[in-house]
Ligand binder design. Sequence first.
Ligand SMILES: Nc1ccn([C@@H]2O[C@H](COP(=O)(O)OP(=O)(O)OP(=O)(O)O)[C@@H](O)[C@H]2O)c(=O)n1
Ligand SMILES: C[C@](O)(CO)[C@H](O)COP(=O)(O)O
Length: 236
Amino acid sequence: MTAQLNPRGDVAVLVPAAGAGVRLGPGGPKALRRIGGEPLLVHAVRRIAAAPSVHTIVVAAPPGDDDAVRELLGPVAELTVVAGGATRQESVAAALAAVPAGPEIVLVHDAARALTPTTLVESVAEAVRGGEDAVIPVLPVVDTVKEVSAAGVVLGTVDRSALRVVQTPQGFRRAVLAAAHAAAADPLTDDAGLVEKQGVRVACVPGSEYALKITRPFDLALAEHLLSAVPLAGHH
Ligand SMILES: Nc1ccn([C@@H]2O[C@H](COP(=O)(O)OP(=O)(O)OP(=O)(O)O)[C@@H](O)[C@H]2O)c(=O)n1
Ligand SMILES: C[C@](O)(CO)[C@H](O)COP(=O)(O)O
């Protein structure tokens, strides 16, 4: 059944889904690869659409696949589909340009983080609503980290106590994200990076193991397993 979004919600979620998935290997655009019989993009959008604060969803589709993505997501949730760009940053900018007047909180969420819990969408939005200009979900680094030379020799052991791995959704006051994208020069890997360049404070909230980014074949297998072991994996 098509999820109806909250007309009184204050959050727009941009879903960059236009990546090729080179690290995942052959099999078509990553967002359209399947776990539990459904494309990653469907899993991701279903979880976003279940978040009570969400007013608008804009998906940046793989180049040439925008009509197919519209058809695919029609039964999942009310949303807008735009054509993605050559970089993640361009895809986010295209989606941002399609957000209607209204929502003043904008979240950017990778389709590749298909099992992200709905509760994480809400906790990031809540932190922005509470006064932060920019919010990212993070997890501690669980392994020892070494700096290694190009020749494969250890140069030193990094102090990991202040390091965090960063997930999505990343949340922003709308004007802050728009200004950061307007000022963007070289592409960065995440939106918080653009905002940092503007001197804006970026706050952290606890991330979720379920929000793993499906990047390599092992991640796809892990996500498939999580979904079959716990059918609602990452839903809450
Ligand atoms: N031109 C691009 C590149 C990436 N993305 C999206 O950004 C998210 C995070 O990117 P990543 O997981 O690195 O995806 P890919 O770029 O597809 O991966 P790879 O680098 O292995 O090709 C994904 O949902 C991906 O679809 C996008 O919308 N447009
Ligand atoms: C946005 C992101 O998912 C946060 O971890 C990440 O930076 C995307 O980077 P990638 O190099 O495109 O995977």
